[in-house]
Write a protein that binds this ligand. Structure first.
Ligand SMILES: *Cc1c(COP(=O)(O)O)cnc(C)c1O
Length: 377
């Protein structure tokens, strides 16, 4: 994002400010579709649930991966609000409920929509039969998450060796497992994770087929890495690998779904904050800014993500610490930023902060979340 524009917007609207560029979101979506043309996108709303983003991606052609009843209703209400001409015929083909664990009340509420829901264990299967018998099912597999920034395989996914039995069990309960899904871990820069996962899924499908269970779809999950730094290899390289495996392993008419979150929104937002306090601790310069890890910088703690802070001001830089505005010691944004000599009221900014940032913002210590400004809507 243009730094002059960011600075102007911060002067006009005040800080802390998050600027979301919808041209960048549309561009990311186009890149994804260009390189993975067979894949239908279900944007993982948890990365950034701003309704404006949801609408932009819906208009571009995306469906949605939701993980709670409120997320489900957020999609429902916002799609319904769009002019009729923009609505596609089968709204419910546009949502997958991808959280493998669902409260009973959620299943009861979901059932009327005949949703597609994900499961990974026998207890969940029985819950679905009892409370949402009209749901279509997707079985999530445990796959390697090696080297991904956020690992998910210790919490979700059934052992691939148990998968065919679970599919048979669903069958006995009168439920239909329509597809297989997996998640290679978020910000997956080890592309082999995708290759292995696709091969594991293909083996499970073959086993299920041999028992007479036809699958309609495979959902290759999220994990597509955002280009936070130069070490992340180009998306085109990952897409080539995925396309090669998909063409090799699966029939041509199999539906391929994906649930990208971070990839679509991370690079589409930047934030601007103001220096509200200065200090020197143990000989090192410290800046206190009007945002925090309880707010826009939540990803530092919850997403294992480090954002580069920059200043608009020029000058020789030195290593310094940047703290958030709250009274908690945990609220340390970085111990190693390179910034020029800043004064009170100077501005700093961070790019690539569109995913897993504002999404986890709180009102801790009474500080409200940063104002969010949408441009190029
Ligand atoms: C978080 C999540 C996603 C999105 O992951 P990204 O790494 O942001 O692409 C997709 N699917 C499921 C089930 C998730 O939990």
């Amino acid at each position: 994002m243009d730094s002059k524009l960011l600075q102007d917007l911060a002067h006009k609207h005040g800080t802390p400010l998050v600027v979301v560029d919808h041209d960048a979101i549309r561009q990311n979506y186009e890149i994804f579709k260009k390189h993975l043309p067979r894949v239908q996108v279900y944007y993982a709303l948890k990365a950034n649930p701003a309704p404006e983003i949801l609408k932009t991606l819906y208009r571009a052609g995306a469906g949605f991966d939701v993980a709670s009843m409120p997320e489900f209703m957020l999609v429902y209400d916002n799609i319904r609000d769009l002019p009729a001409a923009e609505q596609q015929d089968f709204i419910w083909d546009k949502i997958i409920y991808a959280n493998p664990i669902k409260p009973k009340q959620t299943l009861l509420a979901l059932d009327q929509y005949k949703p597609l829901v994900v499961f990974d264990n026998p207890v969940e299967l029985e819950k679905i039969q009892q409370y949402a018998p009209h749901a279509g099912l997707v079985l999530r597999l445990q796959v390697p998450n090696t080297g991904s920034m956020v690992e998910l395989s210790s919490k979700f996914g059934c052992d691939p060796g148990d998968a065919a039995d679970l599919i048979s069990q669903a069958d006995r309960l009168g439920l239909v497992v329509e597809g297989i899904s997996f998640h290679v871990g978020s910000q997956c820069t080890n592309f082999e994770n995708f290759v292995q996962a696709l091969n594991i899924a293909a083996a499970v499908m073959q086993e299920a087929n041999s028992r007479g269970h036809e699958m309609e779809s495979i959902d290759i999950g999220g994990g597509f890495p955002a280009p936070y730094d130069e070490h992340v290899r180009p998306f085109a390289q990952l897409a080539r690998k995925i396309n090669h495996e998909i063409d090799r392993l699966f029939p041509e008419d199999l539906h391929i779904l994906a649930e990208p979150g971070r990839f679509l929104v991370a690079t589409a937002a930047a934030c601007v904050a103001r220096v509200i306090g200065l200090g020197v601790r143990n000989g090192k310069k410290c800046y206190y800014i009007d945002d925090s890890v309880y707010h826009t910088f939540s990803g530092v703690v919850l997403d294992h993500c480090q954002y580069r802070l920059r200043a608009f001001k020029r000058g020789e830089t030195e290593i310094c610490t940047v703290f958030g505005q709250t009274c908690d010691g945990l609220d340390t944004i970085s111990h190693a930023e390179e910034l020029p000599d800043l004064a009170l009221d100077d501005l700093v900014y961070a790019e690539n902060i569109g995913a897993y940032s504002t999404a986890s913002s709180t009102w801790f210590n009474g500080f409200p979340p940063a104002q969010m400004l949408h441009i190029n809507l």
